[in-house]
Each structure stands twice: as C-alpha cells, then as structure tokens.
Design a protein around this ligand. Structure first.
Ligand SMILES: NC(=O)c1ccc[n+]([C@@H]2O[C@H](COP(=O)([O-])OP(=O)(O)OC[C@H]3O[C@@H](n4cnc5c(N)ncnc54)[C@H](O)[C@@H]3O)[C@@H](O)[C@H]2O)c1
Length: 250
C-alpha cells in the first residue's frame, strides 16, 4: 500500500495490535510516531524495529490520561516533524466489572484515555491535514460496541463514541480531503483478551461466532489500517470496517 513518506500518529502503538501495525507501516516506508506509556512494551517495539533495521520509528513515552501534557507534547512533536498525515486512535483501557461497581470517576477515566486523548490528537493534527488537503483519521472501535457486552460499560461507551466521532468528523472534514473511518476488531489474542477467565472456552465462543474458523491475527488489523491510511481508500469515509472474521454483519 502506498503509505511511504506519510507520518502516522499512532496511540497505543506498542500494544498487541499496535506493534504489528507499526512494523507494517515502517516496512512500507512510513514514519510512525508511536505513543504509549508502557516502557517495557515501548522498548520491545524499538527492539523489533531495530531487528528488522526499519527506519522511521519515533517513540513518545506519553501518558494519554494527562490531556494538557499530551497536547503540549504533540504540538512540540508536530512542529519538529512537520505535522501528522494520519492519526490512528488506538490506545484503550478495558476495565471489566459490573456497571454498579464503577464510580463516575472510573467511567470518566476510560473516556479520557479511550476517547478524549483521540480528540486531542485530531485537534493537533487537523491544521496540517487541512493545509495539505489530505489526511486520514482512523478510530479503533470494538466488536463489543455492537453486542453491548456485559461488565464493560465504560469501554463499550467509549467505542460507541469513537464510531460516532468518526461519522461526525467524516462529514466535517470531507471537504478538506480528509477521510475518517473506524476499524472494529473482533477478538484478537492480545493482552485485551486476558480479562477473560477461561481462555479455551473464550476461544470456542469466538470461533462459534466468526464465519471464518480461525483466530484473528494482528496482521489482519494491520492490513485494514494500511489500506484505510492509503490513497487507495480515498473515497471511503464515515464507515466502520468490522475486521472480525465475519462476526458482526450490518
Ligand atoms: N485485542 C482484541 O481482541 C481487541 C478487540 C476489540 C477491540 N480492540 C481494540 O484494539 C485496540 C488495540 O488493542 P490491543 O489488543 O492491541 O490492546 P493492548 O492493551 O495490547 O494495547 C493498548 C495499548 O494502549 C496503551 N495505553 C493504555 N493506556 C494508555 C495511556 N494512558 N497512555 C498511553 N498508552 C496507553 C497500552 O500500554 C497498550 O500498549 C484497542 O483500542 C482495543 O480496544 C482489541
């Protein structure tokens, strides 16, 4: 996919899906500004890129929950780098417990990291995209937003917001050559899955629901993101692409 030369702002880039996608973008000649607050995962991402002798990785060890600090760091980075062409709002936390057990502050913290940090990323990236008349914004949603899964209420809330923002932003930014879409992963065997107490039972459940009878691989997400970030996807906007082996169909 022609993403060479593009600068990608990618939150949660050192995570399970983020690492593979970041490496795919680097292999394709893009520059990736990888934002993650997990020092161990950041180091592992750098090591993976080094092992393949890939250039273009800029790691920002930034905590997305501090929105003012995030804005300042991104503005500095943006000036240094010459702006972001693609924003992928991917970072997420996914606490799991019954709705009654969440305080309002806990609910709000999930929105701050999963949604509000993405709003800040887009606010910082937008002037450069508008000036260039080209941009790509991709919000990472989740199959849970379509099934309304139990014990994940703030997470499901955040994914619903990201899908809504993708539509609203698509409508507003289309005139500037900027497309905005959501990618909704199904169930991928990453850290996000460790919240399930019975891994084998969960795998059976996943395969029963998918049309395709294999577990998803991070490369499945990477391929979708590479496509949506490229010129080839220039006429697709406001959409949610379910990358879930044929689980949700709408
Ligand atoms: N893995 C799945 O099955 C699955 C399914 C549906 C949706 N998703 C979505 O895909 C995206 C990636 O998920 P993943 O499976 O790679 O999860 P992951 O937990 O491996 O990755 C998320 C990354 O976000 C980072 N992060 C969390 N809080 C942060 C903060 N405050 N500041 C900076 N970074 C922070 C984490 O350190 C982590 O590296 C998420 O949006 C998730 O909701 C995943």
């Amino acid at each position: 996919m022609p993403v060479a030369g593009k600068t990608i702002l990618y939150t949660g880039a050192a995570g399970g899906l983020g690492t593979e996608t970041t490496l795919s973008f680097l292999r394709a000649g893009a520059r990736v500004v990888a934002i993650d607050n997990d020092a161990v995962k950041n180091e592992a991402l750098v090591d993976r890129a080094k092992a393949e002798k890939l250039a273009g990785l800029v790691v920002g060890a930034i905590d997305l929950s501090d929105l003012d600090a995030l804005r300042r760091s991104l503005e500095t980075l943006s000036k240094k780098i010459g702006g972001f062409d693609v924003v992928i709002n991917n970072a997420a936390i996914y606490p799991s417990k019954p709705f009654e057990d969440y305080s309002l502050e806990e609910m709000q913290r999930v929105q701050r990291i999963n949604v509000d940090a993405g709003i800040v990323c887009v606010q910082v990236a937008l002037p450069h995209m508008r000036e260039k008349g080209w941009g790509r914004i991709i919000n990472i949603a989740s199959v849970t937003a379509f099934g309304g899964w139990a014990n994940l209420s703030p997470y499901v809330q955040s994914k619903g917001a990201l899908i809504g923002l993708a539509r609203a932003w698509a409508r507003e930014f289309g005139a500037y050559g900027i497309t905005v879409n959501a990618v909704s992963p199904g169930a991928f065997p990453t850290d996000a899955e460790k919240i399930h107490p019975d891994p084998e039972g969960y795998t059976r459940y996943v395969l029963e629901h998918q049309a395709i009878k294999r577990r998803g691989d991070a490369s499945d997400i990477a391929n979708a993101l590479m496509f949506l970030a490229s010129d080839a996807a220039g006429f697709i906007t406001g959409q949610t692409l379910n990358v879930d082996g044929g689980w949700v169909m709408n």
